[in-house]
Design a protein around this ligand. Structure first.
Ligand code: CA2
Length: 147
Protein backbone atom coordinates (compact mmCIF):
# COMPACT_ATOMS: atom_id res chain seq x y z
CA UNK A 1 0.00 0.00 0.00
CA UNK A 2 1.28 3.53 -0.74
CA UNK A 3 2.04 5.61 2.31
CA UNK A 4 2.56 9.00 3.93
CA UNK A 5 5.15 9.92 6.51
CA UNK A 6 3.92 11.70 9.66
CA UNK A 7 7.04 13.26 11.13
CA UNK A 8 7.18 15.10 14.45
CA UNK A 9 10.16 16.91 15.92
CA UNK A 10 11.44 17.75 19.37
CA UNK A 11 9.20 17.64 22.43
CA UNK A 12 6.09 16.62 20.52
CA UNK A 13 6.29 13.30 22.38
CA UNK A 14 5.03 15.39 25.35
CA UNK A 15 1.70 16.18 23.65
CA UNK A 16 -1.26 15.66 25.96
CA UNK A 17 0.88 15.51 29.09
CA UNK A 18 1.60 19.23 29.68
CA UNK A 19 0.41 22.68 28.57
CA UNK A 20 -3.00 21.43 27.33
CA UNK A 21 -4.17 25.05 26.99
CA UNK A 22 -1.60 25.46 24.19
CA UNK A 23 -1.32 22.02 22.65
CA UNK A 24 -4.61 20.32 23.58
CA UNK A 25 -5.37 17.10 25.44
CA UNK A 26 -4.60 14.57 22.73
CA UNK A 27 -1.43 12.52 22.96
CA UNK A 28 0.81 12.02 19.94
CA UNK A 29 -0.40 8.39 19.81
CA UNK A 30 -4.03 9.70 19.59
CA UNK A 31 -3.06 11.99 16.71
CA UNK A 32 -1.20 9.20 14.93
CA UNK A 33 -4.16 6.80 15.17
CA UNK A 34 -6.54 9.49 13.86
CA UNK A 35 -4.21 10.20 10.93
CA UNK A 36 -3.91 6.49 10.14
CA UNK A 37 -7.72 6.16 10.10
CA UNK A 38 -8.09 9.13 7.76
CA UNK A 39 -5.33 7.97 5.38
CA UNK A 40 -6.78 4.45 5.25
CA UNK A 41 -9.98 5.98 3.78
CA UNK A 42 -7.81 7.02 0.83
CA UNK A 43 -6.12 3.60 0.70
CA UNK A 44 -2.89 4.83 2.30
CA UNK A 45 -0.77 3.75 5.25
CA UNK A 46 0.85 6.28 7.58
CA UNK A 47 4.37 5.72 8.84
CA UNK A 48 4.86 7.66 12.08
CA UNK A 49 8.15 8.93 13.46
CA UNK A 50 8.88 11.36 16.28
CA UNK A 51 12.42 12.33 17.15
CA UNK A 52 14.11 14.83 19.42
CA UNK A 53 17.28 14.49 17.35
CA UNK A 54 17.81 16.79 14.34
CA UNK A 55 19.95 14.26 12.43
CA UNK A 56 17.29 11.57 12.72
CA UNK A 57 14.73 13.96 11.22
CA UNK A 58 17.16 14.74 8.38
CA UNK A 59 17.69 11.02 7.74
CA UNK A 60 13.91 10.51 7.69
CA UNK A 61 13.53 13.25 5.05
CA UNK A 62 16.28 11.66 2.93
CA UNK A 63 14.56 8.27 3.14
CA UNK A 64 11.21 9.93 2.28
CA UNK A 65 12.85 11.51 -0.78
CA UNK A 66 14.04 8.13 -2.02
CA UNK A 67 10.61 6.55 -1.43
CA UNK A 68 8.87 9.46 -3.17
CA UNK A 69 11.02 8.80 -6.24
CA UNK A 70 9.96 5.17 -6.41
CA UNK A 71 6.28 6.10 -5.90
CA UNK A 72 5.97 4.34 -2.51
CA UNK A 73 5.37 7.61 -0.63
CA UNK A 74 2.96 10.47 -1.42
CA UNK A 75 4.48 13.07 0.87
CA UNK A 76 5.39 14.13 4.38
CA UNK A 77 3.34 15.85 7.08
CA UNK A 78 5.95 17.49 9.26
CA UNK A 79 5.81 19.40 12.53
CA UNK A 80 9.48 20.30 13.02
CA UNK A 81 8.86 21.73 16.52
CA UNK A 82 11.43 24.30 17.59
CA UNK A 83 13.82 23.18 14.79
CA UNK A 84 11.44 25.17 12.54
CA UNK A 85 13.08 28.31 13.81
CA UNK A 86 16.71 27.14 13.85
CA UNK A 87 17.44 24.42 11.33
CA UNK A 88 19.11 25.33 8.06
CA UNK A 89 20.03 21.62 7.89
CA UNK A 90 16.36 20.58 7.73
CA UNK A 91 15.71 23.30 5.15
CA UNK A 92 18.56 21.91 3.01
CA UNK A 93 17.36 18.31 3.42
CA UNK A 94 13.84 19.17 2.19
CA UNK A 95 15.16 21.33 -0.66
CA UNK A 96 17.59 18.57 -1.64
CA UNK A 97 15.22 15.64 -2.00
CA UNK A 98 12.13 17.19 -3.61
CA UNK A 99 9.46 15.31 -1.63
CA UNK A 100 6.29 17.38 -0.93
CA UNK A 101 6.34 18.40 2.73
CA UNK A 102 3.40 20.06 4.47
CA UNK A 103 4.58 21.99 7.52
CA UNK A 104 2.15 21.82 10.45
CA UNK A 105 2.13 23.86 13.66
CA UNK A 106 -0.45 23.15 16.31
CA UNK A 107 -0.27 26.65 17.74
CA UNK A 108 -0.39 29.98 15.92
CA UNK A 109 3.33 30.68 16.02
CA UNK A 110 2.71 34.25 14.79
CA UNK A 111 0.72 35.04 17.93
CA UNK A 112 3.60 33.81 20.11
CA UNK A 113 7.15 35.02 20.84
CA UNK A 114 8.90 36.77 17.94
CA UNK A 115 11.56 34.02 17.78
CA UNK A 116 8.78 31.71 16.56
CA UNK A 117 7.77 34.01 13.69
CA UNK A 118 10.49 32.88 11.30
CA UNK A 119 10.49 29.41 9.74
CA UNK A 120 13.42 27.89 7.86
CA UNK A 121 11.00 25.21 6.65
CA UNK A 122 8.21 27.31 5.04
CA UNK A 123 10.22 28.39 1.95
CA UNK A 124 10.79 24.74 1.00
CA UNK A 125 7.39 23.38 2.11
CA UNK A 126 4.53 22.64 -0.31
CA UNK A 127 2.31 24.49 2.19
CA UNK A 128 1.95 25.39 5.83
CA UNK A 129 -0.90 24.87 8.31
CA UNK A 130 -0.64 26.98 11.43
CA UNK A 131 -2.76 27.40 14.54
CA UNK A 132 -5.49 24.86 13.75
CA UNK A 133 -4.62 22.63 16.69
CA UNK A 134 -3.99 18.95 16.10
CA UNK A 135 -6.65 19.07 13.33
CA UNK A 136 -3.88 20.61 11.22
CA UNK A 137 -2.36 17.16 10.70
CA UNK A 138 -5.63 15.91 9.17
CA UNK A 139 -5.91 18.99 6.96
CA UNK A 140 -2.40 18.30 5.68
CA UNK A 141 -3.27 14.67 4.92
CA UNK A 142 -6.37 15.75 3.02
CA UNK A 143 -4.28 18.14 0.96
CA UNK A 144 -1.64 15.53 0.09
CA UNK A 145 -4.06 12.70 -0.67
CA UNK A 146 -6.81 14.64 -2.46
CA UNK A 147 -4.24 15.93 -4.98
O1 CA2 B 1 2.87 24.88 17.43
C1 CA2 B 1 3.63 23.94 17.15
O2 CA2 B 1 3.22 22.88 16.69
C2 CA2 B 1 5.14 24.07 17.41
O3 CA2 B 1 5.83 23.44 16.32
C3 CA2 B 1 5.40 23.36 18.71
C4 CA2 B 1 6.85 23.48 19.19
C5 CA2 B 1 7.28 24.95 19.21
O4 CA2 B 1 8.65 25.04 19.54
C6 CA2 B 1 7.05 25.62 17.86
O5 CA2 B 1 7.42 26.98 17.98
C7 CA2 B 1 5.59 25.53 17.46
C8 CA2 B 1 6.98 22.92 20.62
C9 CA2 B 1 6.54 21.51 20.77
C10 CA2 B 1 6.46 21.20 22.23
O6 CA2 B 1 5.34 20.40 22.43
C11 CA2 B 1 4.90 20.24 23.72
C12 CA2 B 1 3.68 19.64 23.86
C13 CA2 B 1 3.16 19.47 25.12
C14 CA2 B 1 3.87 19.87 26.24
C15 CA2 B 1 5.10 20.48 26.09
C16 CA2 B 1 5.62 20.65 24.82
Amino acid sequence: MPKLLLLNGPNLNLLGSREPEKYGHETLADVEVRCQKLASEFGYDVECLQSNIEGELINAIHKAGAEYKTGELAGVVFNPGAYTHTSIALHDAIAGVGVPVVEVHITNVHARESFRHHSYISPVAAGTIIGMGTRGYQLAINYLLEK
